[in-house]
Design a protein around this ligand. Sequence first.
Ligand SMILES: CC(C)=CCC/C(C)=C/CC/C(C)=C/CC/C(C)=C/COP(=O)(O)OP(=O)(O)O
Length: 337
Amino acid sequence: MCSTFSLAAKPSIGESRGKIWSLQVINSAARSELNINIPREKNSIILPRLSTQGMLQSDVHICEIAERQSLANNLSDKGDAFRSKPQLDAMFLDEAYERCRKICAEYAKTYYLGTLLLTKERQKAIWAVYAWCKRTDELVDGPNAFCVSPAALDRWEERLQDIFNGHPNDILDAALTDTVSKFNLHIKPFRDMIKGMRMDTEKCRYANFQELYLYCYYAGGTVGLMSVPVMGMDPDSSASAQSIYNAALYLGIGNQLTNILRDVGEDASRGRIYLPQDELAKFGLRDEDIFSRKVSDEWREFMKEQITRARYFYKLAEEGASELDKASRWPVTKKIL
Ligand SMILES: CC(C)=CCC/C(C)=C/CC/C(C)=C/CC/C(C)=C/COP(=O)(O)OP(=O)(O)O
């Protein structure tokens, strides 16, 4: 999939972000870890001209998550056991988190640097979440993607349930097992990300933004939702949990849209076009124009509008970032995470 988690399409930091961050961590161990052994209009915001329809329908997904998460946090504040704590050896967990750290450092270099600005416990949790998401993405985008079957995705979903039941299947899953227990994470965004992988195996065109938005929720918005309980909400904030989850969702959607625009060529080489077909047609563009990689005036105009829309989602996310726990806020408001 053209995703937040795609690696081949990504320039290294040295190439794309200037020398200041030229961190070249070529870590083959981290790469080998990814081989999974499974049988085969807000007032101040100018709305973009392009449609944002699809948002309302998809946002139903997060109501349940925000409500459930608030409940979980209240329960744990009161000392109730929300979920039984898994018994995992401390040294084993240190190793598990270290492996997740290496995966994050290897595949999401800038994001990783942002995680270093968080507290130690939060860093580890974000690495564990990232490693799981990366492995999930690899199922449909990695070297074995050609043979991924619905049954393999079913098995991955069972493993996810095992993680949430406190019974990890391998060391990387153990890190996430620890994280979901410590931070009371909800399983739904994780399940939804797997749904996105299923979508990727079934679909290689998106008729309109409504369809694309749903995909972006699955592939990127879910990461925002997974991140909120880890980042924590400001206890003094009067904002609703729902509005903070919404902001995180929009950050994930904006990031996903950005990656789609960045990876058009890479995706086209796999026969995939994640751009809305009706919007391409509006600009007189056809699939062949994408495959031929010609940068025409029509293409430039089309891209400008798509960029405006991605920015719109970042803008929507901004307010929510200031409602995060003080210790987590800075890298998000400064757009490092
Ligand atoms: C706004 C509020 C309320 C919360 C924010 C909660 C957070 C931190 C959400 C993060 C959502 C997000 C954008 C996740 C993306 C994570 C990811 C896979 C980053 C990798 O980015 P790439 O662009 O692929 O890689 P680089 O880091 O190398 O640029």
